[in-house]
Write a protein that binds this ligand. Structure first.
Ligand SMILES: Nc1ncnc2c1ncn2[C@@H]1O[C@H](COP(=O)(O)OP(=O)(O)OP(=O)(O)O)[C@@H](O)[C@H]1O
Length: 256
């Protein structure tokens, strides 16, 4: 479903060039819930954002559903992007639109007719359990509810892939659990392939079947979590697995 071939990203700033991702190869199969984990600054978000070309790779190919996105025209890319939904740590909802209007917005952009838009919004708000909040504005919602709206909006155009950038990092543990269950349900009902960036192994262990461990822009190793026992070779992979809540990661990251 998704293949990254020798993908690198260099940022050019006033301070000079900085290589955030180096020659990464990754293969995500249809139906996977695929985690990307590592310390802060490892390049996880950069990698995720290259999958819908929010960041354009400096080198390499990004192949989604058989198409090399790096070779598409802007128009073709806009169309393909509709099949790739995305959610973020801080939700990014439109504050001047209601819950229903936030979800509908994605359908307006794809020029879907009004009747179909409204039916789809109803269905999605039902799936994320927010029918009663359709007319509320985002400022009146909890963090978990805001993420549910963002998920409904990301699913509006029936994407094949959902990219999740630290989707639970701004949420308390109980809300995190409910959002992760929702993502799992969406993966099952809609057969959406999910890629999820996180710094917490607990999140990965709860819903992912595979995880890529990243450090300093490199893929350190890939773990198949369905295997028992899980085979872990890298030191970083062992730390992450032994410390599912990421406490030690945060301590070590603060120390270095
Ligand atoms: N637009 C940019 N311009 C310059 N440098 C950037 C840019 N975006 C990210 N970086 C740098 O690239 C590196 C990787 O950043 P990235 O956000 O991908 O890491 P991450 O693993 O997602 O970490 P975090 O969880 O802290 O966001 C960091 O050192 C960051 O400062």
């Amino acid at each position: 479903m998704i293949r990254l071939e020798n993908v690198s990203k260099t940022y050019f700033t006033e301070k000079g060039a900085f290589q955030a991702v180096t020659a990464m190869n990754l293969s995500v199969e249809e139906g996977d819930i695929y985690g990307i984990i590592g310390f802060s600054g490892a390049g996880k978000s950069t990698l995720l954002r290259m999958i819908n070309l929010l960041e354009r790779p400096t080198h390499g190919k990004v192949i989604v559903d058989g198409k090399d996105l790096t070779s598409l025209s802007p128009r073709e890319l806009r169309r393909v992007r509709q099949s790739i939904g995305m959610i973020f740590q801080h939700f990014h909802l439109l504050s001047n639109r209601t819950v229903a209007e936030n979800v509908e917005f994605a359908l307006e952009i794809s020029k879907i007719g009004k009747k179909e838009r409204q039916e789809r919004v109803q269905e999605l708000l039902h799936v994320v359990g927010l029918e009663s909040k359709a007319s509320s504005y985002p400022s009146r919602l909890s963090g978990g509810q805001k993420q549910r709206v963002a998920i409904a909006r990301a699913l509006a155009n029936r994407p094949k892939v959902l990219l999740c950038d630290e989707p639970t990092s701004a949420l308390d543990p109980q809300t995190t659990t409910s959002i992760l269950s929702l993502l799992q349900e969406i993966n099952r009902i809609y057969k959406v392939t999910i890629l999820l960036v996180t710094h917490e192994m607990e999140v990965v262990k709860t819903i992912c079947n595979k995880v890529a461990v990243m450090e300093n822009g490199h893929l350190i190793e890939e773990l198949h979590l369905a295997d028992k026992p899980i085979s872990v070779k890298s030191y970083l992979g062992q730390i992450l697995l032994a410390d599912p809540n990421g406490k030690r990661i945060r301590e070590e990251a603060a120390y270095v």
